[in-house]
Design a protein around this ligand. Structure first.
Ligand code: NAP
Length: 306
């Protein structure tokens, strides 16, 4: 029987772990992969306060995990398949390590890359189609690649890819980019970056590996084909909440609905980070909500035990 079970080991989950451990509550964090979450795939973090020279995502998350463990957080590698509230405790079932029980649960399962949903995307996964430039970028040296999306991720990763690729085509569906001004300026100033705006991908084509993409201009309806060796799909994220359906109230996009105390519709279950936040989605805001959720959950546990 644990005081608090935290599900997910990104910035929100690990920060919740730091606060719960410091509150001297018996806390376990369940993470299906290695701790770090989406930050693992980010090379240059320039906007996490406290690191004036910047830091890599894996390094920053390594520090979070080290600090949480030093304070007493237990971290287990296990995928949660179901949460079942019982009369006086909550059962958390995992695929690998059986059932865990606690007074309170903090869900911090984050989000995963959104798919385009076009023909060829599935077929050429890991054969040119990628959702992580940091991971797969170095595989595509001196060739032309495409980045789909107009947000911070597309701009940042697009510029990162110019370290390897001969040309990076950033393809965005609107005429305005969504990403931060500083990232737009950096991309526009890079001679290897070529923007194709008001254009969508209709198909990813190839044989063994990706060879080209079929494009359509949304204004003129003109179709074209662009030869590229890789397609980096960086069009946002979807929350990891499938295992909660029917138990936790979710909005129409699948994000967890919480009150101002980070509490879900079940009083003993809290949520933090990208799994409930579709607006800010920053490591620092995820960490902040992880802290708040842990403080609230700690209060709940103390009151329940009393
Ligand atoms: P995002 O901000 O949601 O942007 C997604 C982009 O993909 C948008 O430009 C969107 O177009 C486009 N898009 C969505 N669905 C599409 C589809 N089906 N087909 C074609 N295009 C599609 O996602 P993100 O860039 O991954 O960023 C996520 C969050 O992480 C944001 O809050 C961002 O600020 C943050 N982030 C921050 C940094 C940083 O601070 N350095 C770096 C990376 C990410 P529309 O513009 O038309 O909607």
């Amino acid at each position: 029987m644990w005081d608090i079970i935290i599900i997910g080991g990104g910035p929100a989950g690990l920060t919740a772990g730091i606060y719960a451990a410091r509150a001297r509550l018996d806390t376990v964090l369940l993470e299906k992969l290695a701790p770090g979450g989406q930050m693992i795939t980010t090379l240059g973090v320039e906007n996490f306060p406290g690191f004036p020279e910047g830091i890599t995502g894996p390094e920053l998350m390594g520090n979070f995990a080290k600090q949480a463990k030093r304070l007493g957080l237990q971290i287990e590698t296990a995928e949660v398949t179901q949460i079942t509230p019982e009369e006086t405790r909550i059962q958390v079932a995992t695929r690998e390590k059986g059932d865990f029980y606690s007074h309170a649960v903090i869900i911090a399962t984050g989000a995963r890359p959104q798919k385009l949903g076009v023909p060829g995307e599935k077929e050429f996964l890991a054969k040119g189609v990628s959702y992580c430039a940091t991971c797969d970028g170095p595989l595509f040296r001196d060739v032309e690649v495409a980045v789909i999306g107009g947000g911070d991720t597309a701009l940042e990763e697009g510029v990162f890819l110019t370290r390897f690729a001969s040309k990076v085509h950033i393809i965005h569906r609107r005429d305005q980019l969504r990403g931060e001004k500083i990232l737009q300026e950096r991309a526009l100033a890079n001679a290897k970056v070529h923007f194709i705006l008001e254009t969508v991908v209709e198909e990813i084509r190839g044989e063994e590996v990706v060879k080209s993409i079929k494009l359509r201009n949304v204004k003129t309806d003109e179709k074209s084909e662009l030869e590229v060796k890789a397609v980096f799909v960086l069009v946002g994220t979807v929350p990891n909440t499938e295992f909660l359906k029917g138990l936790i109230n979710l909005d129409e996009a699948g994000y967890i609905i919480v009150n101002e105390r980070y509490q879900t519709n079940i009083p003993a279950i809290y949520a933090a980070g990208d799994v409930h936040d579709k607006v800010y989605r920053q490591a620092v805001t995820a960490a902040g909500s992880g802290c708040a959720a842990a403080l609230e959950a700690a209060k709940f546990v103390e009151e329940t035990k009393a």
